[in-house]
Design a protein around this ligand. Structure first.
Ligand code: GLN
Length: 381
């Protein structure tokens, strides 16, 4: 089969699979891939069970169970004062990743340019390339990883089709502020640029800050795909359910791809999610819950040789390690698993070009005892 021409010749197995496998192999504490190590609310499991026993075991409607789309529309209205029509502007997806892939596939034509900010979550660029698009990346830098909007303007051309934003940001844990929203709004005004806004950590914003969703700003909402994740909201990343909201014209194109990619997402979990979302306390408490974990982890990490980078949202804490070693982050991350028994993600995995980043990302969506054990080991550095 030497005749296969790879469509993604530079792409290897993603870093999350690699580091989680390495962590398992070496029985390390796994703070690499972002997922909780504590159980979800037992009530959710009961609701899924109930839905199965009640016979909700056949295909859901292509765009998602009606009652779930209704709850999603209510949530967007309550949180962002945003009106989305559940029939024409919301689709339930097989996780955030499918939503992102589908949105990109739906609107990026060959040679269209797509602006992404690096470090960038790893699924954006491959999807753009598969669609024949051209990735234009702008590098952000520690410690604050702020977007330089003058640079974004320079990158923007009449071929710019899409800008991909991610707030709260994975892996840097930054959030967009009012100034960013202003700059973005003025940048896209009078253009046909579409925004893909990855907001899967929307509920995990700390220190009293507000999540600034594209859904909340009229001029941005009308050109945005907003992507969300129930994995983060319910502590069930393995359920692979998320959703996308967009104005009907965009959503119409989105559904054309979704219907031939996934068709529809598993029914009983959608029925359960719809029921569970009736109680807003099931998501309004998430910021406090994770802020406690962030504070606990940061305080403990402060005693190690690492330097902590800011963390305003998401469930990731990054550190620099220049006091420890001048190794490449990918080498150091492997050594940290093998010699110290802690798995992290080297930040270079989120860059298209090799640099000298010296930054590791840790996931703190873990039980206190897991965080304790990890820090105990990191203190040996
Ligand atoms: N979003 C998760 C993270 O950043 C990983 C998801 C995945 O493994 N594809 O760690």
């Amino acid at each position: 089969m030497s005749s296969i021409v790879s469509k993604l010749p530079q792409t290897a197995v993603n870093i999350f699979s690699v580091m989680s496998a390495l962590a398992n192999e070496h029985k390390a504490i796994n703070l690499s891939q972002g997922f909780p190590d504590y159980p979800c609310d037992p009530q959710l499991i009961k609701l899924v069970n109930k839905a199965m026993l009640a016979g909700h075991n056949q295909y859901a409607p292509m765009a998602g169970a009606v009652e779930l789309r209704e709850r999603i529309a209510e949530k967007a209205d309550k949180l962002y004062n945003a009106a989305y029509n559940p029939d024409t502007e919301i689709t339930v997806t097989a996780g955030g990743t499918e939503a992102i892939f589908t949105a990109i596939t739906a609107v990026v034509n060959p040679n269209d340019e797509v602006i992404i900010f690096e470090p960038a979550y790893d699924c954006y660029a491959p999807a753009v390339k598969l669609a024949g698009g051209i990735v234009k990346s702008l590098q952000l830098h520690e410690p604050d990883y702020r977007i330089d909007w003058a640079m974004v303007r320079k990158l923007t051309t009449n071929k710019t089709r899409l800008i991909i934003l991610n707030s709260p940001h994975n892996p840097t844990a930054t959030i967009l502020n009012e100034q960013d929203i202003k700059e973005l709004t003025s940048l896209v005004k009078n253009t046909d640029i579409i925004i893909l806004s990855d907001e899967v950590y929307e509920h995990l914003v700390f220190d009293g800050h507000k999540h600034l969703s594209m859904a909340a700003f009229r001029e941005l909402k009308e050109r945005s795909f907003v992507v969300a994740s129930f994995g983060k909201l319910f502590h069930t990343t393995g359920w692979k359910i998320g959703y996308c909201m967009a104005p009907s014209q965009l959503m119409n194109e989105f559904k054309k791809v979704h219907q031939y990619n996934v068709f529809s997402v598993n029914t009983p979990m959608q029925i359960a999610a719809a029921e569970y979302l009736k109680d807003e306390n099931h998501y309004l408490g998430l910021a406090d819950f994770f802020q406690q974990k962030r504070d606990y982890f940061r305080e403990a990490l402060a005693a190690t040789k690492f330097d902590l980078l800011p963390c305003s949202g998401s469930y990731f804490q990054s550190v620099t390690y220049r006091n420890v070693t001048d190794e490449k982050d990918s080498d150091f991350a492997v050594r940290l698993v093998k010699e110290f028994g802690v798995a992290s993600i080297p930040i270079s995995a989120f860059y298209s070009r090799a640099g000298n980043e010296s930054v590791l990302r840790f996931c703190f969506a873990k039980k206190q005892e897991t965080l304790d054990k990890a820090v105990e080991r990191l203190l040996n550095l």
